[in-house]
Design a protein around this ligand. Structure first.
Ligand code: FAD
Length: 456
């Protein structure tokens, strides 16, 4: 065999797996057909966060007035932002490739596909490997409506030549609400169209409601309970979007943030005998093994919890298990996550609705105007919520909508992984004056959910 391990895909999951396995002394080959670092670095988390930061400066300039600054907001220059973002991404690409090189992996800048369970066609070369890891990620999808090709998907949003004046975003998952904040913050008329009564399906209800209010206050035009029916193009390039509630919107950009699908087409998985689940994702067990014992799948291609830190943790665990003499699994319980909306959300553990199904749970909720906005005058509320198991006092869920929520939530996730109780939170001294201190000073129970009613 040419390699002990061959990794298909040089994104978050694949790069980590290849690098760690090579560090353990394995003969590693890795193929990437497009860009090192994959989605996260090139067309996902990283450039997205730069764009969110750009969008926040406009509001910061407005907020500064209350503090005595005389700052005129001025116009935003889109090409400057995109050039700065591209430069930083190019630097990160180089780092990813160098890390693999330094670890001793052989790099292939080519597409890989199976010939048989141990053989791959990688560009012009045919290689064999003892073990194979599939880390090919996913791609955005479009709805099946007339004119869908007249809209863009998130991959394209990072390379637009100019900032559109009017944008319609379809879908209110985290990518949809994040880009709504980006476009609105940079000055575009922004519509968010979604099927549910509230954005961010699957997130805690109070956070969803709070975010909808914040987005409206930020100037985003919300279209709940609505689906797109068709897109047509006018002679001047305007996109006309027909909606299910009979509204017709004329915009410069239609952006479909309507979901993602695993990258499995073209891998010729049948030749290897790797099985797919119903949505086309590769099925794996708790060890990330596919239906073929020497073939593994990690990251978004398995479509379970599509987040970069999960992908890298899985890549690391597979490499340690196979070549490091440290067999281990990755737990997908209490994985913290953030939505970089404006303002952002940070969350870990159960939503209130999930906790109610789990058993009796106490809910502690606070809603307040953050210190900064008492002076800036911006209409924006912060929400913080703890959900506590009524029987064990363990924290089941922590949620926050407000500035710095993602930064705050990382620490709370450690506490939850360590099994913290509400009593542990209560005996922790706060850091003053912060918003975060509210998490250790929440004393008034808001409500009890779940079967039995538990006295406060
Ligand atoms: C707009 C957006 C924003 C996001 N924001 C966040 C965020 O804030 N936080 C977060 O945690 N996650 C975020 N994510 C999710 C995150 O990007 C993914 O979970 C992560 O990139 C998954 O890593 P992966 O290695 O599984 O796949 P990818 O990063 O997609 O890497 C797969 C790689 O495989 C390559 N490839 C595919 N097929 C082949 C083949 N046959 N041969 C060779 N190469 C191949 C692809 O070119 C790609 O580079 C975001 C995603 C998007 C789209």
């Amino acid at each position: 065999m040419d390699f002990d391990l061959f990794v298909i895909g040089g994104g978050s999951a694949g790069v980590r797996c290849g690098r760690i396995a090579a560090g353990h002394g394995a003969r590693v080959g890795i193929a990437e057909e497009r860009f090192w670092g994959g989605t996260c670095v090139n067309i996902g988390c990283v450039p997205k966060k730069f764009m969110v930061m750009a969008a926040e400066y406009g509001a910061a300039a407005e907020d500064a007035a209350g503090f005595g600054w005389n700052i005129a907001k001025g116009a935003h220059d889109w090409p400057t932002l995109i050039a700065a973002k591209d430069k930083e991404i190019a630097r990160l690409n180089g780092i990813y490739k160098r890390l693999l090189d330094q670890a001793g992996a052989r790099i292939f800048e080519a597409r890989a596909r199976f010939i048989d369970p141990h053989t791959l066609q990688v560009g012009d070369e045919r290689i064999t490997a003892e073990r194979i890891v599939i880390a090919t990620g996913g791609h955005p999808t479009r709805p099946d409506i007339p004119g869908a090709d007249l809209g863009i998907v998130s991959d394209d949003a990072f390379y637009l030549e100019k900032l559109p004046k009017r944008v319609a975003i379809i879908g209110s998952g985290y990518i949809g609400v994040e880009f709504a904040g980006i476009f609105a913050g940079l000055g575009a008329e922004t519509h968010l169209i979604y099927r549910q009564p509230m954005p961010l399906r699957g997130f805690d209800q109070d956070m969803r409601l709070g975010l909808a209010e914040c987005m409206q206050a930020f100037g985003i035009i919300l279209h709940p309970d609505t689906t797109p029916e068709s897109v047509t193009e006018q002679p001047d390039g305007t996109r006309t979007l027909a909606l299910s509630d009979l509204t017709v919107l004329d915009v410069d950009l239609v952006f479909f943030a309507t979901g993602r699908a695993p990258n499995v087409a073209g891998l010729n998985l049948q030749a290897a005998g790797v099985e797919l689940g119903k949505q086309g994702a590769i099925v794996v067990d708790a060890n990330l093994t596919t239906s073929v014992p020497h073939i593994f799948a990690i990251g978004d291609v398995t479509d379970r919890l599509n987040l970069t830190p999960v992908a890298t943790a899985e890549g690391h665990a597979v490499a340690d298990t196979l070549f490091g003499g440290k067999p281990r699994m990755v737990s997908l319980k209490n994985v913290p996550t953030a939505v970089f909306s404006i303002p952002p959300i940070g969350t870990v553990g159960m939503t209130e609705a999930e906790a109610a199904e789990h058993g009796p749970a106490k809910v502690f909720l606070t809603r307040f105007t953050p210190m900064r906005h008492n002076i800036s005058g911006r209409h924006r509320k912060t929400l913080m919520k703890l959900i506590v198991d009524a029987a064990t006092d363990k924290i089941l869920g922590a949620h926050m909508l407000g500035e710095d929520a993602p930064e705050i939530m990382q620490g709370l996730a450690i506490a939850m992984i360590a099994g913290a109780t509400k009593a542990d939170f209560d005996r922790t001294i706060g850091i003053h004056p912060t918003a975060a201190e509210e998490f250790v000073t929440l004393r008034t129970q808001t409500r009890v959910v779940g079967e039995a009613v538990v006295p406060g």
